[in-house]
Ligand binder design. Structure first.
Ligand SMILES: [Zn+2]
Ligand SMILES: [Zn+2]
Length: 317
């Protein structure tokens, strides 16, 4: 008999098609969040929901050119995890639409953080502007501490892991279709960020790096990941200059460290929204003020904290 250990990694059991564990409560909140969101189709479904207000099965199918079976399974998972609720409405006959719940709506700051990273750290020049309605200017959102409101980066935080916050059990990653949507992405999720976020192994490797893994053996011990898969992901991160490699150490570059903005919102959302066993939490503290992680985005021109309803993207559709 084995004892289930709360894990930042993936459960050994679960649906072999989706990789979603049977008993997600055994995973740490971050492990669950990585399992839910570490998938390119899920990110694209959310992106379209936020940006284009897509609400229906047919809407995503036509917009993303995604196969019906893949779309169906992803939507089912997102409903099961409380990101969308399924609502019936009448329009001649009864139809169904997927509405972002409060938990789902809360992901907007994570999506803006991904957009900000792409704006700052990739060569994309076709990103639309994020406008702050309050001041009417391009927000150029940056990560700040929600308590003291000072800018916050990975270096200015300290992380303490709960005693059971291990990566002990790892299962199969979700099988990805390698097809990439051909339609232009309006905001974010170019191949750079998809390399990082659109794949569960990659997100787990990055999470381990933020938590202090440096050497191949550290990552391997943390993640229990097959050496060939780990080698591949580490190489990809070195190629994409998210990690540097020297003298046996993989270290986050400035480009990789900047991804902390995304990581902060992921951790914050996960620990606020997802059930997890005691002892599996991460405690991230803003060093200068001593407060727990409460990430917010601030507007560069006016300094105000950005709220979901007070920003919009200038889309040229
Ligand atoms: Zn602070
Ligand atoms: Zn502003």
């Amino acid at each position: 008999m084995t004892t289930a250990v709360p894990s930042l990694g993936h459960s050994e059991t679960g649906d072999p098609d989706t990789g979603i564990p049977d008993k997600p409560v055994e995973l740490s909140a971050i492990g669950q969040a990585l399992a839910i969101l570490g998938d390119r189709w899920v990110l694209l479904i959310l992106q379209r929901a936020f940006l284009l207000h897509v609400r229906t099965f047919a809407g995503w199918r036509d917009e993303l050119k995604i196969s019906e079976s893949v779309l169906s399974s992803r939507l089912k998972e997102l409903v099961a995890h409380g990101v969308f609720s399924l609502a019936a409405y009448r329009n001649g006959r009864t139809r169904y639409e997927y509405r972002l719940t409060d938990r789902g709506l809360d992901l907007w700051s994570l999506l803006v953080a991904i957009y900000s990273w792409e704006r700052d750290w990739t060569d994309r020049t076709d990103l639309p502007q994020l406008i702050h309605n309050g001041c009417g200017q391009e927000a150029r959102a940056y990560l700040a501490c929600g308590v003291c409101l000072e800018p916050m980066s990975a270096r200015e935080t300290r992380t303490v892991r709960g005693p059971l916050a291990t990566f002990a059990s790892v299962g199969l990653p979700r099988q990805h279709r390698r097809t990439v949507p051909t339609r232009t992405d309006y905001v974010g999720y170019c191949h750079h960020s998809m390399e990082i976020l659109g794949d569960r192994w990659s997100t787990s490797v990055l999470a381990a790096a933020f938590l202090g893994s440096r050497r191949f053996g550290d990552f391997h011990a943390e993640l229990g990941i097959a050496p060939s898969v780990l080698t591949d992901r580490l190489r990809r991160f070195v190629d994409s200059e998210v990690f540097s490699f020297s003298a046996g150490d993989y270290r986050l570059t400035e480009r990789g460290l900047a991804f902390f903005e995304v990581f902060a919102f992921l951790v914050s959302w996960a620990q606020r929204e997802l059930p997890a066993p005691a002892g599996s939490e991460l405690t991230i503290t803003h060093r200068s003020c001593g407060s727990g992680l409460a990430p917010v985005l601030r507007c560069t021109p006016c300094g105000e904290v950005l709220q979901r309803r007070e920003v919009h993207f200038e889309l040229d559709i």
